[in-house]
Design a binder for this molecule. Structure first.
Ligand code: ADP
Ligand code: ADP
Ligand code: MG
Length: 461
């Protein structure tokens, strides 16, 4: 049964993105929002809006009861969770299912299995997908880790089973540091994610982050090729591309096949991403995690495949079988996305909420701007600093880089500091242009270049 009314249980640019896809499909949208978001663009664009609580996310976007009440009030037959917040919360998906409402995403059981990073590692091993050398199951104590540490050596990463968004990962360089961080990490994971479960992974130096976009309907799974997200700060992506740069076609085929194999093994339904680390020198790739939701960087895949991933998610959730066959999905050109955050890159990326006094949005061929902004919008201080994403497409990577610089030059966000100057500098950097980077590269670059990012007005006059 196709979805008639969709409740959007998220905010910001992804809520806007979902409203747009739903509108084109003739689906009525109801935006669930906190008191702080009453003036948001998503509220303005949706067919209707329901306030679900005060500004703090714990009392609104994370309040399962309030969201279900809004869904009932709206007469919604489906809920889209976006990313972050409750998107990978199995209890939420189960509560939605029990209320007789469609959760736009995989089943609660799949989220439980693949959203837990330890369980997902097990699933990957069972499906014959190579994982980063490390522990099996959760590590209950420092002593229990000794055996595996003898195999991995140092440095080693201590990771939270429930971690996400780059949080919950620690690096230990020796036994002494490991012992100290292990206890800290457990307590912090418990506080941050409500789950203190930990595991360890060998740290792969100079790796690239390559991830495969999947779509499944519970019976069949297709991949939409890969994205490269190696430009990161604090293990969070800041710049993403599709396809991955200089990836050997044979490796691409193996990578995509491995991701499909894993998703088929769990009879995956919905949009999902399997993340890998790719060691260029050895030509090896290792599974790191699966995200059982739409990702921030999904537009670069949309640009190079022509597939509307949100529309596909909504069709699958409405009960339609997957409309795409693998052989219909092809790559065309190159796409780059940069995350525009309300942060001051010249000042330690300090969050910079405030009033957007004026806005000039870039346009022209191959340019897409997915954002929550409008002129006069007051960015609330309560949430993630992501304002939007500038996405460009061109026939090849050099032309995409030129287009990115051109579009960033047109972008003007007045009243707040943003990460746009960082991207302008990166787009001109010789190492970035040659794609000679790995997941730790940007942090080194920032150490030498951050102060040069200046605080002058961004964009051309
Ligand atoms: P993506 O994986 O889509 O590239 P991010 O890793 O930046 O994007 O995560 C998307 C959003 O979801 C961010 O706001 C991030 O903070 C949040 N997020 C992701 N996973 C979790 C989690 N397990 N707990 C809390 N927030 C999360
Ligand atoms: P999250 O759930 O927070 O997204 P991930 O496990 O996906 O965590 O890892 C986030 C980032 O941390 C990766 O993209 C990579 O840059 C780095 N990372 C994770 N695991 C390893 C590893 N074993 N070796 C080196 N870097 C890693
Ligand atoms: Mg990840």
């Amino acid at each position: 049964m196709a979805i008639a009314t969709l409740l959007i249980a998220n905010r910001g640019e992804i809520a806007v993105r979902i409203v747009r896809a739903a509108r084109e499909l003739g689906i009525r949208t109801v935006q669930a929002h906190s008191a702080a978001d009453a003036d948001s663009l998503a509220v303005q664009l949706a067919d209707a809006a329901i306030e679900i609580g005060p500004a703090p996310a714990s009392k609104s976007y994370l309040d399962i009861g309030a969201i279900l009440a809004a869904a009932r009030e709206a007469g919604a037959d489906a809920i889209h969770p976006g990313y972050g917040f409750l998107a990978e919360n199995a209890a939420f998906a189960a509560a939605v299912e029990e209320a007789g409402i469609v959760f736009v995403g995989p089943s609660a059981a799949t989220i439980r299995r693949m959203g837990d990073k330890v369980a997902a590692r097990e699933a990957a091993m069972e499906a014959g997908v190579p994982v980063v050398p490390g522990s099996r199951g959760r590590l209950e104590s420092v002593e229990a880790a000794r055996g595996i540490l003898a195999e991995t050596g140092y440095p080693v990463l201590i990771k939270a089973a429930a971690g996400g968004g780059g949080r919950g990962i620690r690096i230990a360089h020796d036994e002494h540091e490991f012992d100290r961080l292990f206890h800290q990490a457990g307590a912090e994971a418990k506080a941050a994610f409500g789950d203190g479960g930990l595991y360890v992974e060998k740290a792969i130096p100079r790796a690239r982050h390559v991830e495969v976009q999947l779509l499944g309907d519970g019976e069949r799974v297709v991949h939409c090729f890969e994205r490269e997200c190696s430009l990161q700060r604090r293990r969070q992506k800041v710049w993403e591309e599709a396809p991955a740069i200089g990836l050997d076609p044979a490796v691409r085929e193996q990578l995509c096949a491995a991701a499909v194999r894993l998703a088929e093994a769990v009879r995956y339904r919905g949009a999902g991403t399997v993340e890998f680390l790719y060691d260029e020198d050895g030509g090896d790739f290792f599974f790191i995690e699966m995200n059982t939701r739409i990702q921030v960087e999904h537009p670069v895949t949309e640009c190079v495949t022509g597939i509307d991933l949100i529309a596909e998610m909504l069709a699958i959730a409405g009960g339609a079988p997957l409309s795409l066959r693998q052989e219909q999905i092809a790559l065309s050109g190159h796409a780059i996305e940069v995350r525009i955050n309300a942060e001051d890159p010249a000042n330690g990326f300090m969050p910079f909420p405030g009033l957007v006094s004026d806005l000039r949005v870039p346009g022209g061929p191959g340019v897409r701007f997915d954002s929550l902004l409008y002129p006069g919008y007051a960015i609330p201080p309560f949430y993630d600093s992501l304002l939007g994403k500038l996405i460009v497409w061109a026939e090849d990577r050099p032309r995409a880089l030129a287009r990115l610089s051109r579009a960033l030059g047109e972008l003007r966000i007045e009243g707040v500091k943003t990460t746009a100057p960082l991207h302008l500098a990166l787009a001109a950097d010789p190492e970035v242009r040659a794609a000679r980077y790995h997941t730790r590269w940007l942090e080194g670059w920032l150490e030498t270049n951050a102060t040069k990012l200046g605080s002058e007005e961004e964009g051309a006059g």
